[in-house]
Write a protein that binds this ligand. Structure first.
Ligand SMILES: NC(=O)c1ccc[n+]([C@@H]2O[C@H](COP(=O)([O-])OP(=O)(O)OC[C@H]3O[C@@H](n4cnc5c(N)ncnc54)[C@H](OP(=O)(O)O)[C@@H]3O)[C@@H](O)[C@H]2O)c1
Length: 232
């Protein structure tokens, strides 16, 4: 069982929503050090929390943060966007491109920058905030669903490469959470703090996959870990 008191955790998109809930839950666990990364960083005034500026789509900023936060032992790729998009929209390719840039390539950039540091620091954890939407499809959800399905594949491939180097790579899936992202959805919705708490508890226990709610469990349907490797 991992002890958060011994860990140095970076959370992306830490300023609001689920990211902020992760920060609060980490503080409550007495986490050794927390880097709260955000596009517009704020002072949290919480013990052990350091604010850092990070737009996950800005490769130079990602490199700077990896340089300055080289003691990190756990990364939570939480930053994400949801834009309504449909194949009937004239700009659907551009919208999907933009959402992929954050939800997929942003998580990849952060993971790639921190993976060597995690290994050098004796292993560690990369936790990717995915969604029940990783396995779902529906009108208007083109960009988000594609991005989360791709981010699930990213997560599985990170695990295949980093697992043997001692890095735990965990996928977190949840249905609707009560944050700005789902403000227009009438509910019912999960409490972001409850999602963060469940994810942190299961990550500490070594879980590679956290299915926070029934919606995620049902959405996963036939998919199952471990993901078969090419050639096996
Ligand atoms: N809400 C749900 O129902 C739900 C369900 C399953 C999974 N999720 C996932 O949970 C994660 C957090 O979502 P949320 O519900 O907390 O949404 P939210 O309330 O909309 O917050 C999104 C967070 O991501 C940050 N962000 C967006 N683009 C960024 C970028 N390029 N660089 C750095 N930060 C960026 C935002 O920062 P700014 O304040 O600067 O915009 C904000 O802090 C996302 O990955 C989302 O896909 C959400």
């Amino acid at each position: 069982m991992k002890d958060y008191r011994d860990m140095v955790v970076l959370v992306t998109g830490a300023n609001r929503g689920l990211g902020r809930a992760f920060v609060d839950a980490l503080v409550e666990r007495g986490t050794g050090k927390i880097y709260a990364a955000a596009r517009n960083p704020q002072e949290f005034g919480l013990p052990g929390v350091t604010s850092v500026r990070l737009d996950v789509t800005d490769r130079a900023q990602v490199a700077e943060v990896a340089h300055s936060a080289s003691d990190v032992t756990m990364v939570i790729n939480n930053a994400g966007v949801h834009l309504r998009s449909s194949v009937f929209d004239d700009d659907c390719v551009d919208v999907v491109d933009g959402v992929l840039n954050t939800n997929l390539l942003g998580s990849l950039a952060v993971s790639a920058a921190f993976a060597p540091l995690l290994i050098a620091n004796g292993g560690g954890v990369i936790a990717n905030m995915l969604s029940a939407g990783s396995w779902l499809a529906g009108p208007g959800n083109l960009a988000y669903a594609v991005s989360k399905a791709a981010a699930l594949s990213l997560t599985n491939n990170l695990r295949a490469e980093l697992g043997p180097r001692g890095v735990q790579v965990t996928a977190i899936h949840a249905g609707f959470i009560d944050t700005d992202m789902m403000a227009a959805f009438p509910g019912p919705k999960l409490d972001p703090r409850a999602v963060a708490d469940e994810a942190l508890t299961q990550i500490a226990a070594g879980s590679q996959e956290v299915l926070v709610d029934e919606m995620s469990q049902k959405a996963k349907a036939a998919a199952a870990l471990p993901v078969p490797r090419f050639g096996s």
